[in-house]
Ligand binder design. Sequence first.
Ligand code: GRG
Length: 295
Amino acid sequence: MDFEEYLRSRREIIEEKLKSYFPENVYPELLTKAIRYSLLDSGKRIRPILMLAVADLFETPYERVLPFACAVEMIHTYTLIHDDLPAMDNDDYRRGKLTNHKVFGEAMAILAGDALLTEAFKIMAEASVLNKFSPKKTVQVIYEISSNCGIKGVVGGQVVDIISEGKVIDLPTLQYIHTHKTGALILAVVRAGAIISFATKKDLQRLTEYGRCLGLAFQIRDDILDIEGSFEKLGKKPGADITRKKNTYPSIVGLKESKEILEQLTEKAYRSLLPYDEKAKYLRNFIFYLQNRQS
Ligand code: GRG
């Protein structure tokens, strides 16, 4: 299967599973509508597909990791809904349509995000039982995902991002923001997929290196796209970082050096997969896909 076909087929599987978790008309319907509005039929599904690609490396049946992959997409969607709120980035558009709070109001958007985060952990707990994970594995996987989402992960990164707006910060602080706000969830996806797949310590080390490089590269590409991207492809207005005086790689090291750093991270991620054969081909494809993405 070529990579385009792989992405398409995996997206379909993920879409179906997500729909099954949130059927229509469940009481309270307004909450269900708000959740479905942001979660379904949109987004590139990079994080869940990446987890399935890690499972492929270890020949783990995708059904085993699918609920965890969907749970991470739910967590990702919660962060996007909350990030768009007036108290945070105050955005009107996301994924080419009005943001959740613009359609459902702030209270419902906050609650939709809260529900997505909470339900994600319920789904992971249920799947651990269904998959007959040992108590140790269950705790390992849930620890991996929760620790990368909390103070030492996404939320911590978001806080430093917010308090740094409009200020001059140094590169290590920007690295902290990027590796936590964005990189942590990507790292969690890779590591959790490996843990579920009974990866050895050595495998986990290599994949941690891969996940770290990919996570930072993803955000640097995002920074570049904010300068070079278009509304049609991004589904939101480019230039938002500049308007909001956000610190980005281009604002601190310049556009040319940002591209060079992105290239270095790409090479490093590629090198971390060298010990693997064809089974890592989708993980390899991911590196170049994220390096060159237009949306
Ligand atoms: C609210 C706790 C909290 C955290 C928010 C994720 C995040 C932290 C903010 C989103 C702001 C942003 C644009 C970050 C850049 C990286 C990123 C997460 C981009 C969106 O991810 P994609 O490109 O989006 O995978 P799709 O729409 O394809 O799912």
